[in-house]
Design a protein around this ligand. Structure first.
Ligand code: FAD
Length: 108
């Protein structure tokens, strides 16, 4: 399998890019799909200790996915990423800047 760091960088790029492209006012169906996606991701992520810890984190009430708008979902993903940063002894990212990093600075 690809190494855990390379897999992680690629995965965070995908995940933050999904939040950047998320609607400001998603339909209820889209919100449900998004929750299902995150739940499946936590089961299928191809690093088993990563997946297992992410599942545990997701199950805590205060970490339930917030998917009712792009702004909320982007911040939620930033917090999820920070939880992994803290676990690995990396710096926390300032979540006031998630959009600058992943949306406004990003052009096709
Ligand atoms: P990354 O953490 O990959 O970040 C990439 C870029 O995102 C950074 O350069 C920065 O510009 C930006 N960024 C950083 N933090 C944030 C944030 N909070 N919000 C928005 N943008 C941010 N690795 C393990 O060794 N053990 C694990 O248990 C583990 N679990 C993981 C679980 C998941 C769900 C994922 C997706 C990855 C996991 N990883 C794990 C991988 C780990 O998070 C990193 O991707 C990897 O260590 C490479 O780190 P990096 O320093 O290159 O930057």
């Amino acid at each position: 399998p690809p190494d855990i760091e390379q897999l992680g960088r690629a995965s965070w790029t995908l995940l933050h890019s999904i939040t950047a492209a998320y609607p400001s006012s998603p339909s209820l169906a889209k919100q449900t799909e998004t929750r299902n996606f995150l739940s499946l991701l936590s089961k299928l992520y191809p690093c088993h200790t990563c997946a297992s810890d992410f599942q545990t984190w997701l199950k805590e009430d205060q970490n339930a996915p917030r998917v009712s708008s792009r702004e909320e979902f982007g911040r939620w993903m930033c917090e999820a990423h920070n939880a992994v940063n803290v676990k690995l002894g990396k710096e926390r990212f300032d979540c006031d800047r998630w959009e600058e990093r992943w949306r406004t600075g990003w052009r096709e």
